[in-house]
Design a protein around this ligand. Structure first.
Ligand SMILES: Cc1cc2nc3c(=O)[nH]c(=O)nc-3n(C[C@H](O)[C@H](O)[C@H](O)COP(=O)(O)OP(=O)(O)OC[C@H]3O[C@@H](n4cnc5c(N)ncnc54)[C@H](O)[C@@H]3O)c2cc1C
Length: 163
């Protein structure tokens, strides 16, 4: 009988290890993560992953690092509910599940050769940072770069030091 060719990778939960974690603001925590099998996440700027904790749940979270960083990736999580609350209790050495990457990502090729203006408010900087760092790592392919970053109060600003 002919075997059906099915791509199971979208449903496969990959084991991942938290390498480092840091509270960034009262509500948001940064996580530096690596897949346990040593593979690259292989995402495009702007894509997201499904993050899970067994027995708690799963939620979509944007990848905040550039794909030029190959052996690990970064997430920023706002504590709003069940999964994100449980994630905030985790730290370096803890394990989580990762599915993906998912989503279309930003049209990087169309942007090449152009001046770029990035506009983000609050948590919006998280997926945009993936593209900003990609541009920074391929600086000669892009023109001038402007970043407009908004936040409710100075203590809520994410990545203000990097900008
Ligand atoms: C493509 C994408 C990318 C994302 N990227 C990020 C990211 O980078 N970082 C990030 O922090 N978030 C991100 N999010 C948002 C994140 O996925 C959601 O905040 C997610 O729902 C959190 O899951 P949770 O289990 O912690 O929250 P849940 O427990 O599902 O709660 C979610 C919200 O619903 C409310 N709620 C829950 N139960 C009830 C109820 N019974 N009645 C009324 N309200 C209720 C909660 O108060 C909360 O505001 C992204 C979402 C998408 C779609």
């Amino acid at each position: 009988m002919k075997k059906a060719h099915l791509n199971y990778s979208e449903y496969l939960v990959k084991d991942a290890k938290i390498l480092a974690a840091k509270q960034m603001t009262p509500a948001e925590k940064y996580f530096h993560i690596a897949l346990a099998n040593g593979e690259s996440l292989d995402h495009e700027p702007g894509q997201f992953v499904m993050v899970s904790i067994p027995g708690v749940g799963e939620a979509p979270i944007s990848v905040s690092s550039s794909p030029t960083k190959r052996t690990s990736f970064e997430l920023v999580v706002r504590n709003v509910g069940k999964l994100t609350g449980a994630l905030h209790k985790l730290g370096a050495g803890d394990r989580i599940g990762i599915r993906g990457p998912f989503g279309k990502g930003f049209p990087v090729r169309i942007l090449e050769g152009n001046d770029l203006v990035f506009v983000a408010g609050g948590l919006g900087i998280v997926p945009l940072r993936s593209l900003i760092n990609f541009v920074n790592d391929n600086r000669r392919d892009f023109g001038k770069v402007y970043i407009l970053l908004g936040c409710k109060t100075p203590k809520d600003m994410l990545f203000g030091d990097e900008v």
